[in-house]
Design a protein around this ligand. Sequence first.
Ligand SMILES: Cc1cc2nc3c(=O)[nH]c(=O)nc-3n(C[C@H](O)[C@H](O)[C@H](O)COP(=O)(O)OP(=O)(O)OC[C@H]3O[C@@H](n4cnc5c(N)ncnc54)[C@H](O)[C@@H]3O)c2cc1C
Length: 579
Amino acid sequence: MDSVTRQDQLRYLSQQSKVSVLIIGAGINGIAAFRDLALQRVDVLMVDKGDFCSGTSSASSHMIHGGIRYLENGELRLVREAVQERNRLLQLAPHYVKPLPTMIPIFNWQSGIWKSAAKFLGLSGLLSFPADLRLAQSGGKGHQRGGVMVKLGLMLYELWNSPPIVTTARMPNHRFQLRASSLKQFPELSPDIVATAIYYDAVVLSPERLAVELVIETERMSQNATAINYLSVVGMADSSSTVILHDEVSGQQFQIQPELVINATGPWIDLTNRKLNQPTDFIGGSKGSHLVLDHPQLRVATGEHAIFFENDDGRVVLLLPYFDYVIVGTTDIRVDQPEVYCTQEEITYLLEMIGRVFPHIEVKPSQILYTFSGVRPLPTDSSKQSTGQISRDHQNKIVEQTEYSFPIFNLVGGKWTTFRAFAEQVTNQALKFLGQRRCCDTRDLVIGGGQDYPFTDWEHWIATVAENYQVDPKIVKKLFDRYGTVAKAVIKHMSEPLLSRPSQWGKSELNDLDPVDQTKPLSNAADYYVGEVRFIAEQEKVVFVEDFIRRRSNLAMLGQDTPQLRAELTEIMADLLSP
Ligand SMILES: Cc1cc2nc3c(=O)[nH]c(=O)nc-3n(C[C@H](O)[C@H](O)[C@H](O)COP(=O)(O)OP(=O)(O)OC[C@H]3O[C@@H](n4cnc5c(N)ncnc54)[C@H](O)[C@@H]3O)c2cc1C
């Protein structure tokens, strides 16, 4: 399958002066709008100053969830939409989005009732109890919700759990376990608990892959859709309707006149609008950090459950099983700039939180494999006491068209979970502006490797592919877990020996084999294969080796990003990189 290179796209761009829609920012919100608009046959150009999905969208808690916590803020619309989108994604992207049993440890039965009711009714400011009364009310456990509140919340949450018409996925309902059976199932759990609640949400272990798959698939489906990474919007040309784009790789500049701009730059939205000569104050960012821990005891203690609880000041803490490791997150800190990193203070806080539920598990700093941080692109809202109370819902804030310039749609907020629904709403508004009609619906559109997904007979699928291509079934299984049914294309590619060796493969160990066996595992990441790396580099718009390590694979999060691996990957993919 020949793919269009980044160079081809830049050459094409240099010959273009106009486009219907320019999307700035290829995080999940920009990508979802790109996909929906392209499906409506709108000509659309999407650019990102970095790689696809390298901003906030690469720093989430990996949950595809309804957001049970938002019920308390009265965000019923958002929760309903998110639960339905979660169920949709389980069906439409089953290769990436998986059901996730989630456990809430409960330390008492009654706390939080008044506080939650006040928040739900928007009266939390009025009901500000003195600190001592607050503690007494919550049984000395600060803001933790008691069993009664958790039960009510889960019942409400599950009201919307019926599957949307297009899907058949329905998550099991919640259940409560009393102390004895909870401690039997989770022996390391704090003996202070009175019960645990188990409910179902979903997880996406490779969100960046899902995002990139949407980009690639959209370009394949539409002649009018172009997505280019490492291409920044840097300003406006003299003519007030012409945007200047800067190639971060070559330094070359391009100009384009859009009819409509979608500013999907997340926490950079206001900075981008300044570049477009339309200053705004839409974003009040909140930073969140996570740690990936290599801690076998903690991994066994969590089992296959995410563990979700609140600390004393109401902030949510999440422990999430991630392959052989555990992710712990997250912080929630107001920030006024989009580039952030995980501080020592956050590390200390997150490690301390683990002790709240697993008092006998000690985590040493040396067990931190990886850290990641991002900024939630929340709306500015100084009326709220804490960042946790600011709405997590999405909105399209429109900067109206002037006599000289295009309108700007600004995609503020939004969850990973709701990307499709948000894009649908934005696309409808864009179509109205462009005077076009919707011709295609995304509600039942399967994503990439979810196509023809063998939900129940996957073992048969694996055996058939292994036999057809004469590849070890263990390799097929690994690639199926990684790419869903796209694994077949990867395996087809791998099963063809490389007859002419790329010129950069000088005197190296790869040279020992003649012709090159593409099913050979990498020396520095034995779970990956030479042909697989070359397939991804060729098909998935990889510009730098880092793109592969951080976003086309989970290698960085799994702590495998070493100089040796980078050197090996450079050698394998150098002739395919797309600068
Ligand atoms: C800590 C944390 C945990 C979260 N957990 C979850 C979760 O578990 N589940 C969930 O559903 N949601 C979660 N979210 C929310 C979700 O991740 C975000 O709302 C979503 O990813 C925002 O995506 P975006 O596309 O708007 O922004 P981004 O992903 O930040 O994309 C913006 C893009 O714009 C680009 N850009 C910036 N300036 C320019 C320019 N001048 N030119 C070109 N490109 C530019 C950037 O490079 C970036 O790629 C979490 C968020 C955070 C921070």
